[in-house]
Design a protein around this ligand. Structure first.
Ligand code: COA
Length: 216
C-alpha cells in the first residue's frame, strides 16, 4: 500500500516510524504531511513534505491510500487519525519485523509496534496506540486507543493502559492494575495501585506528584 506519515519530525517518532516502515517492507512511504510552516515544500529524511495535514486529499490524489500518525502525543494521534480517516485514508499499523506479537493478540489500526517489542498472549493494542522498541505488553493486557508506552516500559498481565495515557521510559505496571485515561506515569515509576484518570504519578512505588503549592 502507498502511505503517508503524519508528522515530519526528523529527530522524533517520524524517523522511527519511517525506519520501521522500511524494515517492515509492506508499504511504500510517499512522504509526510506536517503543519509546521517552515517544513512546507521541504524534504525530510529524503522524502517530500507534501503539505499540511489539510492536504490529505492531494496526497490521496497522488496515490496514497493509507496513513500512519508518527507523533508521540497520544491524544493528538487520535484527533489526527479521525481527520485523516474522514479524508478517505486508511490507518495503517507499522510493526517492526523483530517485534513479537502473539497469534492470540489483537492489534488495531494505526498502531506502532517497534523493534524488539513484545505483545503477548491475548493482549489487545487498540487503534493509534504506541508500543515502542523494547517495550513489553504482557498477557491479556489492554492498551487503549492512543495510549503510549516508552522504551523499556512494561505492563504486567491483565493490566490496562487507558485511552491516551502515557507510560514513561522503563516504568512498570503490576498485574491487574489500571492506569486511567490521560494519566501520565513518569520514567522509572512502579505502579502498585490504580492510577486515576488524568493524574501524573512518579517514583517507586508510584505516587501522585505533589503540585508546587503543596511543597514545603
Ligand atoms: C513525570 C514527568 C512527566 C514530569 O515532567 P515535568 O512536569 O516536566 O517535570 P519536571 O522535569 O519539571 O520535574 C518536576 C519535578 O519532578 C521530578 N521528576 C520528574 N520526573 C520524575 C520521575 N520520572 N521520577 C521522579 N521524579 C521526577 C523532578 O526531579 C522535579 O523535582 P524537583 O522539583 O524536586 O526538582 C517527566 O519527568 C517524565 O518522567 N517523563 C517521561 C519521559 C519519557 O519517558 N519519555 C520517553 C521518550 S522516548
Amino acid at each position: 500500500m502507498k502511505i503517508i506519515l503524519i508528522g515530519a519530525r526528523a529527530d522524533g517518532q517520524a524517523h522511527v516510524a519511517l525506519d520501521t516502515a522500511l524494515a517492515q517492507g509492506r508499504h511504500e512511504v510517499l512522504g509526510f504531511l506536517d503543519d509546521t510552516p517552515e517544513l512546507a515544500g521541504s524534504e525530510v529524511l529524503g522524502l517530500p513534505v507534501l503539505g499540511p495535514v489539510a492536504a490529505a486529499g492531494e496526497a490521496r490524489d497522488r496515490g496514497a491510500t493509507g496513513f500512519h500518525v508518527a507523533i508521540g502525543d497520544g491524544a493528538a494521534r487520535l484527533v489526527l487519525g479521525a481527520r485523516l480517516e474522514a479524508a478517505g485514508l486508511e490507518p495503517v499499523s507499522l510493526v517492526h519485523p523483530t517485534a513479537w506479537i502473539a497469534p492470540s493478540a489483537t492489534v488495531g489500526r494505526g498502531v506502532f509496534v517497534g523493534a524488539l517489542a513484545v505483545v503477548s498472549t491475548g493482549a489487545c493494542v487498540c487503534d493509534h496506540a504506541l508500543v515502542p522498541p523494547t517495550s513489553f505488553v504482557s498477557h491479556h493486557v489492554v492498551v487503549e486507543e492512543g495510549a503510549s508506552l516508552s522504551p523499556g516500559a512494561r505492563l504486567a498481565g491483565r493490566s490496562r493502559l487507558g485511552r491516551a495515557a502515557f507510560l514513561g521510559l522503563g516504568a512498570s505496571v503490576l498485574p491487574d492494575r489500571t492506569v486511567g485515561p490521560g494519566a501520565v506515569v513518569g520514567a522509572g515509576a512502579l505502579v502498585t495501585h490504580d492510577v486515576a484518570d488524568g493524574t501524573t504519578v512518579v517514583g517507586v512505588p508510584a505516587k501522585a506528584r505533589p503540585s508546587p503549592s503543596d511543597r514545603p
